[in-house]
Design a protein around this ligand. Structure first.
Ligand code: TRP
Length: 437
């Protein structure tokens, strides 16, 4: 049997703002929780190259990096257990970005949501379509692809708006693998459906762009004051209140357990005064946040300590990135002139081991096959309606090995025991060549 490779989970946070309660409930808290799972290896980083796309204030980038890093550590992320680093401390990332740029269709990037939204806005205003659009915004998905593919992440927890970028990263990985052999793992987006979308002060989703946020680690007095500013209806004390559509109630629920939430619902029904409900909300949040606030302040007051933690993380990350880039450079032909042949070899010869191939047939369906180094067929899939489904099945095979076969029977052409053995060896080979990066 194939030994099960550990699952790598990776996500990045753009360093342009101050973390607020919405970030905490929607991203920081669940991610810190998930990072404690002993079956996974977590990679969490501060996406400061991405920050440059939308922010040209150096002091703000620096301050935000410190605040976000301190927030994650204070919220319980253990930098000993995970790899926690700053994107710009990894020079291999922009290097990989270029390799991926060269296998990404320009047309694909034309369709990226962030770029398209900017163009649509310009068109609507009667401006030149690319007016005020930097090439950085256009290239955003490629940089993000490099973040992900560099560390062979299997799972990438993101918000809905980012799913398209993960799909683009998959495409970059398949294109590169197709051209140069199996070097990249195809990542999968993970969208956590169950985490609360926190409303902000005005009842809309809490977001910096609506200017309705409550900073996560504001001093207690400031937090109390902001909570007092959450919009409510004008029902008087004693009048029963409805929990439905109440931002105050939803925020409370994101921090409280089931009993506390039921008690608050009862208090609403009994006509609690808004002022009292706000006091309860403040106390409940503060109970969770106050112990972390101290560590947060200590880190903010000692940025040198934060630098040290991040540089240690970058060191750990580069132990993977540096040799991997050596492999990738070699794969594309940027290598010592004395190494190997200088005459173009047949394409097959570039591929040292078995590899997956994805393709479309005349029937319009999407297929994949696994072939060995000589091009002999090891495994043939049945047809899939979309390339995504085919890709997900490949990902399953790569992470779970032949253990996934019982579920995959329906989508694979059935195998004899001999073929299963060959398949097992091929998957083992692929998982080893992935691991030794
Ligand atoms: N673009 C992401 C965001 O705005 C941040 C990010 C950068 C990211 N690189 C990443 C997220 C890699 C996941 C993986 O939310």
């Amino acid at each position: 049997m194939t030994s099960k490779p550990r699952i790598r989970v990776l996500t990045g946070i753009t360093t342009t703002g101050t973390p607020h309660l919405g970030n905490y409930v929607g991203a920081i808290r669940p991610t810190v929780q998930a990072s404690r799972d002993s079956q996974t290896d977590g990679f969490y980083f501060l996406a400061d190259y991405h920050a440059l796309i939308k922010c040209d204030e150096p002091a703000r980038i620096q301050r935000s990096t410190l605040e976000i890093a301190a927030s994650w550590i204070a919220s319980g992320l253990d930098p000993e257990k995970v790899t926690f680093y700053r994107q710009s401390d990894i020079p291999e990332i922009p290097e990989l970005t270029w390799f991926l740029t060269c296998v990404t269709g320009k047309g694909v990037l034309n369709r990226a949501h962030a770029y398209k939204a900017a163009v649509d806005k310009n068109n609507a205003a009667g401006h030149d379509p690319d007016s005020d659009v930097s090439a950085g915004l256009f290239m955003y998905p490629v940089l993000m692809g490099a973040d992900i593919l560099m560390f062979k992440a299997h799972k990438v927890p993101v918000g809905r708006d980012q799913i398209q970028h993960i799909e683009m990263a998959r495409d970059m990985a398949s294109s590169f693998n197709h051209l140069y052999g199996e070097h990249f793992v195809l990542p999968e987006a993970v969208v956590e459906e169950s985490v609360a979308l926190l409303p902000g002060l005005d009842g809309r989703k809490m977001s910096k762009s609506y200017d309705n946020t409550i900073p996560l680690f504001a001093p207690a007095a400031q937090m109390r004051k902001q909570i007092a500013g959450i919009v409510t209806d004008s029902k008087a004390p004693g009048e029963p209140k409805t929990t439905e559509g109440s931002a105050l109630f939803q925020i409370y629920q994101a921090f409280a357990n089931v009993e506390e939430t039921a008690a608050m619902a009862q208090a609403y029904a009994d006509g609690i005064a808004w002022g009292d409900a706000k006091q309860m909300l403040f106390e409940r949040i503060d109970r969770e946040i106050a112990p972390m606030r101290e560590q947060y302040q200590a880190l903010i007051n000692n940025p040198a300590q934060m630098d040290k933690i991040l540089l240690a993380g970058a060191d750990k990350a580069r132990q993977l990135a540096t040799p991997f880039m050596r492999e990738v450079r070699h794969a594309v032909g940027l290598r010592a002139l004395s190494s190997g042949t200088a005459t173009p070899a047949a394409k097959e010869a570039k591929i040292a081991g078995p590899s997956f191939k994805q393709y479309r047939e005349k029937d319009g369906q999407f297929y994949f096959k696994l072939v060995d180094a000589q091009g002999l067929l090891i495994l043939q899939s049945k047809g899939f309606a979309s390339p995504k489904e085919a890709g997900q099945t490949i990902a399953r095979l790569q992470t779970d090995g032949i253990a996934s076969l019982s579920d995959l029977n329906k989508v694979l052409v059935s195998l004899t025991p001999d073929q299963i053995l060959t398949l097992d060896r091929a998957l083992e080979y692929l998982s080893n060549s992935t691991k030794n990066s």
